[in-house]
Ligand binder design. Structure first.
Ligand SMILES: Nc1nc2c(ncn2[C@@H]2O[C@H](COP(=O)(O)OP(=O)(O)OP(=O)(O)O)[C@@H](O)[C@H]2O)c(=O)[nH]1
Ligand SMILES: [Mg+2]
Length: 334
């Protein structure tokens, strides 16, 4: 079973609301969504499947394991993950735990990859009232777009009231972009002038949410400042303001990682993880890369679960991450 939006969101005790059937133009076409995703992931798939066809395991010798290793490295799974996957599979085949048969080995490989991708799996915690989601990540990785899409789902599909906070005051167009998404999704927005203190925007947003009784607050942050340490300091400040205004918040901190940047994206995430606790990853731009294996490296090296994946710029292209589907899609197995 695929992971649905219902599965990936922990909405706590909120009573389900009567949500009118969405019939807008931009309503995700439910039936087409999965096949679209598979199509978008085709580059990642091709990369691995060209190497890892069933015939790879027809004759099992050292070269088999070397080729599997190369394929995983090429797909950006990273050296640590690759070594542990290949070692495990080779051991199980040698020990006779997995029959020395191409299909059986491939099936076990998919299982192992899905297990890794399930590391620390947890839903997005929006159970508090109001729930605060803090969005972080390097510039251009898809923070604002992702916020817009999440807000859309929460408002239109779950009938929740969402308030966005434009705490990216560094870039002039940032608040504009977020406002467009607020209008589209029916969310409210709190914004200030360019150059304003991001902490004060976060402060005002939480206060407004409390006053209005909003269900969910989503805070957008800058992805670039003069220096990396400025960025991390500012993020820490915004977080502290949120915490002070609403003890226990932020309840969920997500980082967006651009899958096309591969191991570099992983390094960025490590730097963020040192500066602020992270609860989950949004892996974007999977449509533009052959390297979806970065999901596995994130799980092994950061221990932070991928919760959402973006495989395109349209609303329906942001999907809950499903480890099992992902492992199958990587190896092109239905
Ligand atoms: N192809 C593709 N493009 C995406 C995806 N997600 C976001 N984008 C595009 O990436 C670009 C940057 O996205 P933003 O949401 O503005 O990124 P950001 O992290 O907010 O960037 P800053 O505000 O500069 O820090 C936009 O053109 C998005 O449409 C995706 O999954 N696939
Ligand atoms: Mg942005």
């Amino acid at each position: 079973m695929s992971t649905s939006w219902n599965d990936i969101l922990d909405l706590g005790d909120r009573a389900p609301r009567e949500v009118p059937q969405v019939e807008e133009e931009d309503s995700p076409k439910k039936l087409g969504a999965f096949s679209r995703l598979r199509e978008s992931l085709s580059k990642s798939r091709r990369a691995l499947t060209e190497e890892i066809s069933s015939s790879l395991f027809d004759r099992i010798d050292d070269e088999t394991w070397e080729r599997l290793e190369e394929a995983l490295i090429y797909a950006d799974a990273g050296a640590t993950t690759t070594a542990s996957v290949v070692e495990k599979l080779e051991h199980e085949v040698d020990a006779g735990q997995v029959p020395a048969d191409g299909e059986a080995i491939k099936a076990r490989l998919i299982e192992i990859l899905a297990e890794i991708a399930s590391t620390n799996r947890a839903p997005i915690n929006l159970s508090a009232e109001p729930a605060v989601l803090l969005m972080t990540g390097v510039n251009g990785t898809g923070k604002t777009t992702t916020i817009g899409k999440i807000a859309w789902h929460l408002q239109k599909e779950f009938g929740l009231s969402v308030l966005l906070g434009a705490a990216d005051t560094y870039r002039a167009a940032a608040a504009e972009q977020l406002t467009t998404w607020a209008e589209r999704s029916g969310a409210g927005i709190v914004r200030s002038n360019e150059g304003a203190d991001p902490g004060s925007v976060a402060f005002d947003t939480i206060n407004a949410a409390k006053a209005r009784g909003s269900d969910v607050v989503i805070i957008d942050t800058a992805g670039r400042l003069h220096t990396q340490s400025n960025l991390m300091d500012e993020l820490g400040k915004v977080r502290r303001v949120i915490e002070k205004q609403l003890p226990g918040a932020p309840h969920e901190t997500l980082i967006s990682i651009d899958a096309t940047t591969g191991q570099n994206g992983l390094r960025q995430a490590k730097a963020f993880a040192e500066a602020t606790p992270l609860d989950g990853v949004v892996l974007t731009k999977l449509d533009g890369t052959a390297k979806g294996g970065i999901t596995l490296a994130i799980a092994t090296e950061l221990g932070i679960p991928v919760k959402l994946i973006g495989a395109g710029e349209k609303l329906e292209d942001l999907r809950p991450f499903d480890p099992d589907d992902f492992a199958h899609a990587l190896l092109d197995e239905g």
